[in-house]
Design a protein around this ligand. Structure first.
Ligand code: G3I
Length: 483
């Protein structure tokens, strides 16, 4: 099996493969283990720890060594923004964005899309249009970019920085197309890719008593009350350029979360990497169950957009004191603070089933392919073999991990091994409680059959590739994430 040429070998322990938590699924904690990287430490409570990555630095091995070791979520710093992805109307360019996407996913990391609609870093041709023409250009842009990354990303920052400091809307060219531009962007995004979580992202919204925070809060509240699709709020958390950690940061996070959205710290940097501020912002996230993860805005100080403030966790290849303060806060977080989704786990513990099968349904995404485990043509016929297919959020890709270790679909069918030997087919069948329908979802990304002890495995990466069981070999074609 290891000799199969199509399989990319694992690159060692740095590749902390992820198994995302399904719905409200709890995890079995590895209580005595203090993880030694940021990603693994965050994963202990079901969260992620990410970084912004610049495509131009991927040739720098000192940079990539740290990034591959420490993080399990990646945001493209500039490469998925409108100016990069649609430089001319209708002509999309994903070369740099894909470079980052491929680098990250080849290492088992997830990717956050940033950003679709923003007043800054617009393509120059947006400057020459306005009104309904610009509105249509925004919609077409969202559709074009999201189609390319459909089913592949964990989050999208759909709209970025749309508010003024006083809590009013920023008077951008997008705002001038009509006050409903933000909800139109979110509705367009949901239709374009129902599988990805849709976020609003902004800076200076960390202080609960600040007018801008309240303005954004009211928008999210309004969206939730009217059914405008929105899943998350990104608090950029730039404690640089004069701003600093507010004492009520946790209140802000929990207040947003109480509206029914996930929250995340999306672009963290802190002037001179204050250890107390880094520890405090990390702790605030750990204390809020729906705070799903933290992303720092660059790897080393020299990579920062504000490098003169030395605001990041690494100086050259050296871990700074702030790194240790963050790592300790992540390691101290108990498993009871597990968020509801978007996280990855460390290799040791296994994911425990939801009690009574009441957990949310989620997709099973192949680490090598980025595609979902899918029942062809939404068939409910016993014996239908499951395959890989582009993730589409539909019911034939929605699996629930039950308390009896079944991976259930349509409420009545279970993922079923048609045998226990290498190459045995994996199909759907009426749930019957037998061990060929029981699966261990392991935090190294594998899913093993209780009867066979073998791993879910797929020979290729394309649409229609059939799933089988095979001897576990640690390779990417046997790693899946449940999200
Ligand atoms: O790549 C060109 C280079 O060819 C050229 O010679 C050079 C000349 O100035 O510019 C280079 O592009 C720069 C690019 O970063 C890549 O380094 C742009 O000028 C510069 O404007 C751009 O800055 C980015 C900034 O967003 C633009 O608004 C920063 O890298 C990026 O870190 C920053 O990220 C933003 C988030 O997207 C949103 N939140 C705030 C955050 C910090 O400003």
């Amino acid at each position: 099996m290891a000799a199969r040429p199509r399989i990319r070998a694992l690159l060692g322990g740095a590749l902390a493969a992820g198994v995302a938590v399904i719905g409200a699924m709890a995890m079995i904690p590895d209580a005595n283990a203090a993880a030694s990287t940021l990603g693994a430490a965050a994963a202990q409570s079901g969260r992620y720890f990410g970084t912004a990555i610049a495509a131009s630095r991927l040739g720098d091995s000192a940079y990539t060594t740290i990034a591959a070791r420490e993080f399990n979520m990646v945001t493209a710093e500039n490469e998925m923004k409108p100016d990069a992805t649609e430089p001319q109307r209708g002509q999309f360019n994903f070369s740099s964005g894909d470079q980052i996407y491929n680098w990250a996913t080849q290492r088992g990391m997830k990717v956050r899309g940033h950003t679709l609609a923003w007043h800054s870093q617009q393509p120059s041709w947006w400057g020459g249009i306005s009104g309904s023409s610009l509105r249509q250009a925004m919609i077409d842009h969202i559709n074009g970019v999201m189609a390319h990354y459909k089913g592949k990303l964990a989050y999208w920052d759909v709209v970025n920085e749309a508010y003024n400091e006083d809590g009013s809307r920023r008077n951008s060219n997008l705002q001038q197309t009509g006050n409903d531009w933000i909800e139109v962007a979110f509705r367009t995004a949901r239709n374009a890719d129902p599988s990805v979580k849709l976020c609003y992202n902004d800076y200076n919204i960390e202080n609960w008593s600040y007018a801008k925070t309240q303005g954004v809060y009211r928008m999210i509240q309004d969206f939730k009350s009217r059914g405008v699709p929105i899943d998350c709020v990104g608090l950029q958390t730039h404690f640089t350029g004069g701003s600093s950690l507010p004492s009520n940061f946790q209140t802000t996070l929990s207040s947003f979360a109480a509206l029914g959205v996930d929250v995340a710290l999306t672009e963290v940097d802190v002037t001179n990497a204050s250890t107390t501020q880094y520890a405090g912002l990390t702790q605030a996230c750990m204390n809020v169950s729906r705070c799903v993860g933290i992303t720092v805005w660059g790897v080393r100080d020299q990579d920062s957009w504000r490098s003169s403030e030395n605001p990041l966790l690494f100086s050259g290849s050296n871990k700074k004191a702030a790194y240790t303060s963050v790592l300790n806060a992540l390691n101290a977080a108990g498993p009871t603070t597990s968020p509801t989704g978007g996280g990855t786990q460390s290799p040791t513990p296994t994911t425990s089933p939801t009690s009574g099968g009441g957990g949310g349904a989620g997709r099973i995404v192949g680490a090598q392919s980025g595609r979902c485990v899918d029942v062809p043509n939404a068939s409910q016929t016993n014996g239908t073999r499951v395959q890989l297919y582009d993730c589409n959020g539909q019911s034939n890709q929605q699996w629930t991990y039950t308390s009896s270790k079944q991976l259930q679909i349509y409420g009545s069918r279970c993922l079923d091994a048609a045998g226990s030997g290498n190459g045995a087919a994996v199909q759907i069948y009426s749930c019957n409680g037998q061990t060929n329908q029981q699966w261990n979802v392991n935090s190294n990304g594998t899913i093993t059959g209780v009867q066979s002890g073998r791993c879910l495995d797929v020979w290729g990466t394309g649409n229609g590739q059939q799933i089988q069981i095979y001897d576990c070999n640690g390779q990417a074609n046997q790693r899946f994430s449940l999200s």
